[in-house]
Design a protein around this ligand. Structure first.
Ligand code: HEC
Length: 255
């Protein structure tokens, strides 16, 4: 009996521990919630409106997202498929030609379907909130976790203009939690100078939803497995009652 319980606990442990982040620079931690459909829907909307001008999610179909996120196809067709030629069954492709993009930006905007898996959701969540003004860069912005990035701050109108008060070394250092010499954290280096249309909390929420959606895209089957996982647990619990009753029945004459 004890053995059975231990085995059961070991089988369940990975579900609660979830995928812990890898080593590297400490980033703002991101705890996604793939069951929050409203958040995923808002994230998809931001992704379509703000990112797909340059990036695509070439392995994600609109229809599958509609299904997984609980949205009627007609609504997705009307509000989320901006390219009039694209159909619901198609992948989330960008209209921008790759060669043009590489010429304009120096580096082509990569496909973002699996970006959350590639870089990690923590990284994405930090990256999108870490742009700051830097006149020496072509787009007038730089990024704390992606130095000399070739992407403009496409969320600047929401976040506002961010200034950096630290030297590049301090900025890089400040991500190691708190710098013991200066006592500064990354939050201390970057502050909003000119307010955007959202407050700091609202902006964090917008990026949260966006990264939540990108996490879903990276692992569409996780939504499915989480739902299935609950059913399996209920099944196991019921099975346990019967197995236990049966065990009692078998052993009752032995003792
Ligand atoms: C104006 C075009 C443009 C838009 C709009 C845009 N990006 Fe980018 N993005 C780029 C370019 C160009 C790069 C490549 C930068 C480089 O490698 O220096 C990039 C790089 C990235 C990277 C890093 C990729 C990697 O791993 O190297 C991420 C993540 C990213 N973009 C996310 C987003 C998200 C999320 C949005 C929407 C909120 C967005 N981008 C909107 C042009 C754009």
């Amino acid at each position: 009996m004890k053995k059975f319980l231990i085995t059961l606990m070991m089988a369940l442990a990975p579900m609660t521990a979830s995928a812990a982040g890898g080593a590297g620079v400490p980033l703002d931690s991101f705890e996604g919630d793939l069951t929050d459909q409203a958040s995923l829907q808002r994230g998809m909307q931001t992704f379509v409106n703000r990112c797909m001008g340059c990036h695509e999610a070439g392995y994600q179909r609109f229809e599958r997202a509609a299904q997984d996120l609980g949205m009627p196809n007609a609504l997705v067709e009307e509000y989320l498929i901006l390219d009039p030629a694209a159909k619901i069954g198609e992948h989330m492709k960008s209209a921008m030609a790759k060669d043009d993009a590489a010429t304009w930006f120096g580096a082509p905007p990569p496909d973002l379907t699996l970006e959350a898996r590639l870089r990690g959701s923590d990284w994405l969540y930090t990256y999108l909130r870490s742009f700051y003004k830097d006149e020496s860069r072509p787009w007038g912005v730089n990024n704390a976790v992606f130095p000399d990035v070739g992407m403009p701050n496409v969320l600047e109108d929401l976040q506002g203009k961010v200034v950096n008060h630290c030297t590049p070394e301090e900025l890089a250092h400040s991500q190691d939690e708190i710098d013991p010499l200066t006592g500064k954290t990354m939050g201390g280096c970057l502050t909003v100078d000119e307010a955007g249309s959202q407050s700091a909390e609202e902006f964090d929420k917008t990026v949260y939803d966006l990264v939540n959606f990108m996490t879903y895209m990276g692992e569409p089957s996780r939504l499915e497995s989480e739902r299935l996982g609950t059913k399996v647990l209920i099944f196991l619990a019921i099975l346990f009652v019967f197995a236990f009753a049966l065990k009692k029945e078998y052993w009752k004459d032995v003792h």
